[in-house]
Design a protein around this ligand. Structure first.
Ligand code: HEM
Length: 515
């Protein structure tokens, strides 16, 4: 008892020391005054009238590293320093933060590539990569062309009156992934999947102060309490449970059908999709090969991971074209001049098209903010010296295990030191005229972090780039886009960056005229 009490006392002192030490490390980092203990800065960060209203000003005032408060007084670091972000995406010392981790567990199978860790993650990536190499992605070009032509038909029918392009592009990107992944078109998914999928997308833009608080409480629950909580009969949890269930059913059905066809010798070598590659022992590397259940577990992340990320990016791109008619005309001229040669020469040979895609991804990264947690004490290196609240200049920050750090991707992509003095402006020519400084290579594409980087880099980044190249060529080549008088479209971050109307609904009405 005596020894037990002494031991407990020692542990308590150690825990207090560790917690104070952690607090003292980030306490020296400057940041804006906290408006509320309950919400911290989260309402300003996540629910401002326009995304970035506060964030971009804080970055100007405090630089690329500053301290914010999360809900209930929690210290969080906002980081947009390039070296620090490069370190974080590559370091094994960081994992998804608890709010993000809970979201991933709610939406996706626990065995999906986004959820698994360490060696299992490495193996899954090695296996799945077969469907996402540059060569594999080139084979999906006919799928993208067919789907983009379908979108063009819908645009043609609506010409004359403003059309909300969000649902059209969202259906189209789901259709493209469905066909490339396992040869499913939107009709094959079934009404229930499509309807529930729309409910999921609606959940994210319905984000509110109550939801932000709920997520903060959820992040403090133990794993078992959280697992129990998600079975509560609330509408939100029901939609998420249904999504997980239906994705599993679809994956299971597809895999079974493909295995049956192979057994009967019915498989063909044309139109090979990702699941075909994963199931074929001659195609995949034996060491990393996924089991049948593991393949089924990837269904949800592949479908949802590549749907609104790509659709919203394209929506913002078309909105910017509508706001910049002169650039729209120049881009169209390049598309017409290249004509069908684009498919032969490759879309990469079109400078304006690619500058446009890079500029859209720069200003509108789907994962504009991403929460990370330090899973052990670590030191984050900085590109620019940071002045602490005691006036000290430092080129690194020590963070303790458990520290929450926000990767401020949208802020990084607006750093004036990297992208030019007019970094907040949509100006695709910056990619051609040498404005952009050749700095630290942080992501897989154009130094952008829209797809993050390191071992967890977006698996579908090449897929998304080619999909956007094909869609934009088809749509901008055939239609002109103008803003509708209907409403002022704002940007909101709720899981992904999305366009929002004044009534809080996700929408982007454009006037589309066939040429
Ligand atoms: C413009 C379009 C896209 C953007 C901006 C984007 C962005 C991202 C980001 C930021 C991540 C990292 C998430 C995290 O670790 O928290 C990610 C992961 C992922 N993305 Fe994408 N994505 C896009 C399109 C796609 C497409 C089209 C697919 C599939 C066809 C896809 C499949 C995935 C998968 C499977 C992961 C998980 C990778 C892993 O954890 O190892 N994405 N994406």
């Amino acid at each position: 008892m005596h020894y037990g009490t002494a031991f407990a006392g020692l542990i308590l002192i150690l825990l207090m020391y560790l917690s104070l030490r952690r607090r003292s490390i980030v306490r020296n980092i400057r940041g804006p005054a906290c408006p509320s203990w309950v919400f911290g800065h989260m309402l300003q960060l996540l629910l401002p009238p326009q995304y970035g209203d506060y964030e971009f000003i804080w970055q100007k005032l405090y630089g690329p590293v500053y301290r914010l408060k999360g809900c209930f007084g929690q210290d969080r670091l906002m980081i947009s320093d390039p070296l620090a972000l490069q370190y974080m995406v590559n370091s094994p010392h960081f994992d998804h933060g608890p709010i993000l981790e809970n979201g991933i567990n709610l939406m996706f199978d626990e065995n999906c590539v986004l959820a698994v860790k360490g060696e299992t993650h490495k193996r899954f990536r090695a296996a799945l990569n077969i469907g996402f190499t540059a060569a594999a992605v080139r084979n999906y070009q006919p799928v993208f062309e067919r789907v983009a032509q379908g979108v063009a038909e819908q645009f043609k029918e609506a010409s004359g009156s403003p059309l909300d392009i969000c649902p059209v592009l969202s259906d189209a990107t789901l259709n493209a992934i469905g066909q490339a992944t396992f040869d499913y078109s939107t009709e094959d998914f079934g009404e229930e999947f499509v309807a529930n999928n729309a409910r999921i997308m609606a959940l994210s833009y319905g984000q509110s102060a109550v939801q932000i608080l709920g997520e903060a409480v959820g992040a403090r629950l133990t794993k078992w309490a959280w697992r129990a909580a998600i079975h509560l009969p609330t509408a939100t949890f029901k939609v998420l449970r249904t999504a997980k269930y239906l994705a599993h059913q679809i994956g299971h059905h597809v895999v079974q059908k493909k295995l049956d066809a192979a057994q009967q010798g019915l498989e063909t070598d044309s139109d090979i999709d990702i699941f075909d590659m994963l199931l074929n022992p001659n195609r995949s590397d034996k060491k990393s090969a996924l089991s049948r259940d593991e393949i089924v577990a990837q269904t949800g992340i592949l479908l949802i991971g590549g749907q609104d990320t790509a659709a919203n990016t394209m929506t913002f791109g078309l909105l910017e074209l509508a706001r910049n008619p002169e650039f729209q005309d120049q881009l169209r001229a390049e598309i017409h001049a290249t004509g069908t040669a684009s498919a032969i020469l490759g879309y990469d040979s079109m400078p304006l098209l690619n500058a446009f895609i890079k500029e859209t991804l720069r200003l509108y990264p789907a994962a504009a903010l991403s929460e990370r947690i330090a899973i052990q004490d670590t030191v984050i290196p900085l590109m620019d010296s940071l002045k602490t609240s005691t006036g000290e200049l430092t080129k690194h920050i020590r963070v303790g295990k458990g520290q929450i750090v926000i990767m401020a991707v949208a802020s990084y992509q607006r750093l004036e030191s990297l992208w030019g003095e007019d970094a907040h402006k949509f100006r695709p020519s910056r990619w051609i005229d040498g404005t952009i400084s050749k700095g630290q290579a942080v992501g897989p594409y154009a130094n952008l972090l829209a797809f993050f980087g390191g071992p967890g880099v977006c698996l579908g980044w090449r897929f998304a780039i080619l999909e956007m190249q094909v869609f934009f060529c088809e749509l901008v080549g055939r239609f002109s886009f103008a803003l509708s008088e209907d409403d002022f479209i704002r940007t909101r971050f709720a899981g992904t960056l999305m366009p929002i109307m004044s009534d809080g609904q996700k929408a982007a009405p454009l006037c589309i005229t066939p040429l």
